[in-house]
Design a protein. Structure first.
Length: 362
């Protein structure tokens, strides 16, 4: 649109260095800038061509500055040239699916921790009714890996916003730290309000854009080729949807990424992403919280079969939290043996080094 607007702007006659500046030259310039004339048959004709047309580079003179430019081309040719330039710029900005999923080739899920001193597993009947102060103190990060009860296909263990409001995070558990909460767009305002009631304020969000593995496989059937495992690409235990990383995705370079979005039903717009909300509490500045800002992007693309984030995307989130909060990492050699990171609704079969994992019994 910008190219078309520029091309359709009327060209104004300007004064170039070396041109005639006498009264006769000024009269010629005014005639060149005049609108179309009409001949004897009523047909519109363009005003007289400039006799002193300069086709080489020259200095454009105005009252304020002097800079290099070229005389504008004819209107038709100039418009086509601008549109071609805009199209080439658009083509350069196209991003292949391989580039969007580049991070998945370079990250593997961390295996479960083996040193029992480096993690802690806590089993409870109900997390929202549990006293978190007995589980951890002076924490720097809490990751709520919660599944919300949205729609009819939500599991029975999914949480409602009414249950979430009952969750208490006492001051002794966290006085200066960040809470990370998975959210759904229908519950954004409710989650933010509930966290404010707990003494936390919103600071940031992180989005996982979900690409539909079924749509990608359908497109691959029309030109995709089986590929070798590349650059440490991780294959999930289920074999799905991570097996897409084993395909030759170059055949999809000309496809718009919008055709691969995972579009789940919602009231207004389809749901295409999962959003992780970040909240901060500062009760005491005597307890320092070191943050490493600008180390991670706030969006990542991932392949999914449903509405849930897969294990590799969760690995990305774990590393993002550990990068943002460097002093919270478990480092026995550096004298840091305290566990400063807590995960609620975690996986008991995959304890992580430096984390307290809380899970519910069936």
């Amino acid at each position: 649109n910008t190219a078309e607007n520029l091309a359709n702007q009327p060209r104004k006659r300007v004064k170039y260095e070396g041109e005639d500046t006498s009264q006769e030259g000024e009269d010629e310039m005014r005639q060149d800038n005049a609108s179309t004339e009409t001949d004897e048959e009523g047909r519109g004709v363009q005003g007289r061509r400039r006799s002193k047309r300069v086709r080489t580079k020259s200095k454009l003179l105005d009252s304020d500055s002097e800079y290099e430019c070229e005389r504008p081309a004819r209107r038709g040719r100039g418009r086509r040239r601008l549109l071609d330039r805009a199209k080439r710029s658009h083509d350069k900005n196209k991003c292949s699916l391989e580039v969007l999923l580049e991070w998945k080739y370079n990250i593997n899920v961390t295996p479960p921790a083996k040193d029992e001193a480096s993690y802690k597993l806590v089993s409870v009947r109900s997390i929202v009714n549990e006293d978190l102060g007995k589980i951890g103190t002076e924490l720097q990060g809490i990751f709520m890996n919660v599944t919300w009860r949205i729609g009819s296909d939500a599991p029975s263990s999914a949480l409602t916003i009414a249950q979430f409001r009952k969750l208490d995070i006492p001051r002794r558990t966290m006085r200066n730290g960040i809470v990370f909460v998975w959210s759904e767009k229908e519950l954004l305002s409710d989650i933010i309000h509930a966290m404010e009631q707990k003494g936390f304020f919103y600071i940031e969000n992180f989005a996982v854009v979900m690409l539909d593995s079924t749509k990608i496989r359908s497109l691959l059937k029309n030109g995709g080729a089986r590929g070798e495992r590349r650059r440490g690409g991780h294959k999930d235990e289920t074999g799905c949807p991570e097996d897409i990383l084993y395909e030759d995705l170059s055949s999809l370079n000309n496809q718009s990424v919008e055709t691969m979005f995972s579009n789940r039903d919602a009231e207004y717009f389809s749901k295409t992403k999962k959003v992780l909300l970040l909240f901060r509490r500062i009760e005491s500045k005597e307890i320092p919280l070191e943050l490493r800002h600008q180390r991670t992007c706030d969006v990542v693309f991932d392949v999914a079969d449903g509405q849930y984030v897969n294990q590799q995307a969760k690995e990305y989130v774990y590393r993002m939290i550990e990068t943002l909060l460097p002093k919270a990492n478990w480092n026995p050699e550096g004298g840091s043996r305290a566990l400063k990171l807590l995960e609620l609704w975690g996986n008991k079969d995959a304890p992580r080094e430096g984390w307290i994992t809380v899970y519910e019994t069936s």
